[in-house]
Write a protein that binds this ligand. Sequence first.
Ligand code: NAD
Ligand code: MG
Length: 481
Amino acid sequence: MTTTTNPFAYAPAPESRAIVDIAPSYGLFIDGEFTESSGQDRNKTVSPATEEVLAEYAQANAEDVDRAVKAARKAFEKWSALPGSERAKYLFRIARIIQERSRELAVLETLDNGKPIKETRDADLPLVAAHFFYYAGWADKLDHAGYGPNPRPLGVAGQVIPWNFPLLMLAWKIAPALATGNTVVLKPAETTPLSALFFADICRQAGLPRGVVNIVTGDGRTGQALVSHPGINKVAFTGSTAVGKAIAREIAGTDKKVTLELGGKGANIVFDDAPIDQAVEGIVNGIFFNQGQVCCAGSRLLVQESIQEELLDALKRRLSTLRLGDPLDKNTDIGAINSAEQLARITALAETGEAEGAERWSAPCELPSAGYWFAPTLFTNVTQAHTVARDEIFGPVLSVLTFRTPDEAVAKANNSQYGLSAGIWTEKGSRILAVASKLRAGVVWANTFNKFDPTSPFGGYKESGFGREGGRHGLEAYLDV
Ligand code: NAD
Ligand code: MG
């Protein structure tokens, strides 16, 4: 939001994009080199904030995927035979290069994804490096991870990731796979392929042996070719529940090991004794971080009835101060929605909310004329039957429900097909423990939200998926145990 009349308005503070050198066109990264696809299909990736085309890239076909899987298979022999301490050296090297190049990668990610530089710089990139450091530390300690002596890797992992945290999801997938001695073929999302292609360059810079990491770009067809390839031993997927189910069907009856990280509809529960200002910050962080395009977003606010009015007043006041606009501006809080398709999905679900009788409020802000934008929005008068209380919107849209007793809060929070995350806001430690133990959610935050750390496992209940990523638990997904 820009206000010309406000004497205290921030001056623009754009991060320079000169630090990033984006090539006009990219091939696939297979067996340690950039190579062309055997087909002619090309895609374009745009900056969602401006619709400017950033680069063209290859749409990998089944033949390309086969080449990548074969390269990974060949590399597996030597990579898995290396002592863990040797594999660790590469991972530490990758982690340090990511730190050294973090400003460049943050700008790149902001350009390709549309999220604010404040987030890529202060959240995504530090977490990406931390993940590689963390799993580098495990590589020579696998004997002590609780899976018996000398646990074996699975082989070649086929990994498919979404566009909401492109480089971070890559790190979540690649770091534990490599630490445990697997090799990988990874497919980034079609709207955000660039940071994975830059990561390929980092692998070369780190001297990683050829074929240990292969990057194939393309849309769902490339993903499908990868997960169905008979030469892979493990499928790791993060994305929509619909595609997750299709993948589960695809690999049923094979011996491929699988982890699925799917959608969510996280409940953020605020009790009447919660510190209101802190809770407001947590609610904002819970649903407006990354424009709400977060699987563990706190997209359902459950507020105790007695404080509803006070809390909503404070929340609306706070939302009115959020700055929406150029993601490269260091003062920007709300960036662009990742794609025209995602914007259409959010818009349609918000319209359904209104049509079903929920009351819509949007922060007063001017939306830029080019690019994909959606103002921070909340719905009140929402019941559990409303679509906006049930479906994952994956956008900056909060549904507000109320409760009277802790039992009612728990029942409503658990009334979801999903079970990925939840938040509890209360002053009483005993209440935190009592409520948290009844929530069917993989992560429960208390008096905070959206806090991530490579040492803690992440994953879901019910249709949010299965398997855990992160922490010691994350090793299991890549070990033959
Ligand atoms: P999606 O599931 O279609 O895409 C995720 C990844 O899977 C992409 O890399 C895509 O190319 C790939 N893919 C698509 N079809 C595939 C197939 N049949 N086999 C293998 N890979 C395939 O997600 P989307 O269309 O970008 O977003 C749709 C919805 O998914 C969003 O509105 C949101 O609700 C949800 N979503 C969730 C997450 C998450 O982190 N859990 C991430 C992105 C999207
Ligand atoms: Mg893009």
